[in-house]
Design a protein around this ligand. Structure first.
Ligand code: NDP
Ligand code: PMR
Length: 399
């Protein structure tokens, strides 16, 4: 029911600058779909019952959290017995591109149950079907990251379900490279930072305790970053460059009324807002690591999966860009990766036993070997990470 209510609220709307016409609804898809019967049925699956019987939430589990094997079977430490259940991964924005490819890669192992947290239920269902994912390997739940109410309802619904949470992947994003005017989330934050950063920030904060309680030996919280937010690279130096400045726009609420819509307090620029949001994503993972890694054993990581130049991320770009960009990346920068390859990379960060180090920004070389990459000075600035954390807490109502 809660999800049904969220589904009736338009996700975003455009607020023109002063003196222009009245606010117009944008992207106001009505997701008239409630928590599906499919999802409800799944909550009482035999795998889940099995986990409950073996009491996964007991204190002794912590002793097991440093194990690095990738289990199809998670361990219950009560008596050394194994709990027979699939590992459970939540992926935001799994209805297309990287998220879908990752869901597919993990589903194919048959070790994972994938919770596809998506804003458009029907699109996600069709996507899963066309990717050949078998119904028993996934559940679709409604989540609109451009609405903090939707995030809270998603979390409430999840908590009521009793489902385990072993790995959370924050993947969804919007990119508005040619927008002349800012768009806003339901709470009035500029859309790119509001969705990509603030929505995920609230989601991860609200799910952290559940992640802590998982009996999966190698729990992870992963966020998808990008090379374009890192000014220590050629790609990161293509204008407009990411720059969070002194955070005065973020402090003001990014609402375009009594504050700028940009984190640094400057004029709206959609491409920059996206890159800034990715810097926030990468800083947030490091801040999570500093605050919670030692006590929880959770691995916090970000990554750049390569340039997946044919995804829907570029849906709002001009047609000429969409036509030329894949070839430019394939033949000139050589940064191109297919959705399939990128999905395998993110699936590795989810489940590979060798990728358990926390606070790493993963990248891959030309031979598709993973390595720990260097972040730009701004994307690794501890003081900024702390300030963004504190300001974001206020904006999403956690402080
Ligand atoms: P896509 O546009 O294909 O996927 C983005 C996903 O996010 C879609 O499923 C979309 O849903 C979802 N989404 C957008 N807004 C919301 C919202 N308000 N609530 C819930 N879900 C939402 O792009 P990619 O697969 O390329 O992007 C995935 C991630 O990869 C992003 O974090 C991006 O920054 C990152 N990335 C991408 C690169 C690339 O080259 N493509 C390079 C580096 C990083 P819907 O299907 O309903 O639109
Ligand atoms: Mg970039 C090694 C060089 C390299 C790489 C790996 C990327 C990745 N880009 C590179 C170089 C260049 N790009 C150069 C030299 C140019 C100027 C011609 C260039 C331009 C460019 C544009 C206009 N690139 C872009 C755009 C976009 O709109 C994309 C973007 O910034 O999205 C935020 C983009 C990207 N280039 C990349 C990657 C991965 C992107 C998109 C994805 C992202 O960060 O999510």
């Amino acid at each position: 029911m809660a999800l049904q209510t969220a589904a009736l609220v338009p996700a975003t709307f455009t607020l023109p600058k002063e003196g222009k016409s009245s606010p117009s609804f944008k992207d106001s898809t009505f997701f008239g779909v409630s928590l599906s019967d499919h999802a409800k049925a799944d909550f009482s699956s035999s795998a889940l019952r099995c986990k409950r019987e073996f009491n996964p939430r007991n204190g002794a589990v912590r002793a097991e959290t440093t194990a690095t094997a990738t289990p199809a079977i998670s361990r219950s430490a009560v008596d050394g017995k194994k709990t027979l259940r699939k590992d459970s991964v939540f992926i935001t924005g799994a209805s297309s591109g990287l998220g879908l490819a990752t869901a597919k890669a993990l589903a194919e192992t048959r070790k994972w149950h994938i919770i596809m947290a998506c804003r458009d239920f029907l699109k996600a269902e069709r996507a899963a079907k066309s990717a050949g994912m078998s119904k028993q390997n996934y559940t679709i739940l409604h989540l609109d990251l451009a609405s903090l109410d939707s995030v809270r309802e998603f979390v409430d619904g999840y908590k009521r379900s009793g489902r385990p949470l072993d790995v959370l992947v924050c993947n969804a994003a919007v990119y508005q490279p040619i927008a002349k005017e800012p768009s806003f989330t339901a709470e009035g934050f500029e859309l790119s930072v509001g969705t990509n950063h603030l929505g995920h920030f609230l989601l991860s904060r609200l799910l952290l305790d559940d992640l802590k309680q998982s009996d999966y030996p190698s729990k992870r919280l992963i966020i998808v970053g990008s090379i374009t937010g890192n000014t220590n690279t050629l790609a990161g130096n293509v204008p407009p460059k990411a720059n969070l400045g002194n955070l005065r726009g973020l402090a003001g609420g990014l609402n375009g009324l009594n504050s700028s819509t940009m984190i640094d307090g400057e004029e709206f620029d959609g491409a920059k807002a996206y890159k800034d949001s990715k810097v926030c994503n990468m800083l947030t993972m490091q801040e999570f690591h500093r605050r919670f890694h030692e006590e929880s054993g959770i691995t916090f990581a970000s990554l750049y999966p390569g340039c997946i130049a044919m995804t829907d991320l570029f849906r709002e770009h001009i047609p000429l860009f969409r036509l030329l960009f894949p070839s430019f990346q394939k033949y000139i920068t050589k940064g191109f990766v297919s959705e399939h390859e990128a999905g395998k990379r993110l699936a590795q960060v989810v489940s590979d036993p060798s990728l358990t180090k926390s606070s790493v920004y993963w990248s891959w070389n030309q031979n598709s070997a993973s390595f720990e990459n260097q972040l730009s000075p701004e994307a690794s600035d501890e003081e900024k990470a702390r300030k963004i954390w504190e300001l974001s807490e206020k904006l999403v109502g956690l402080a």
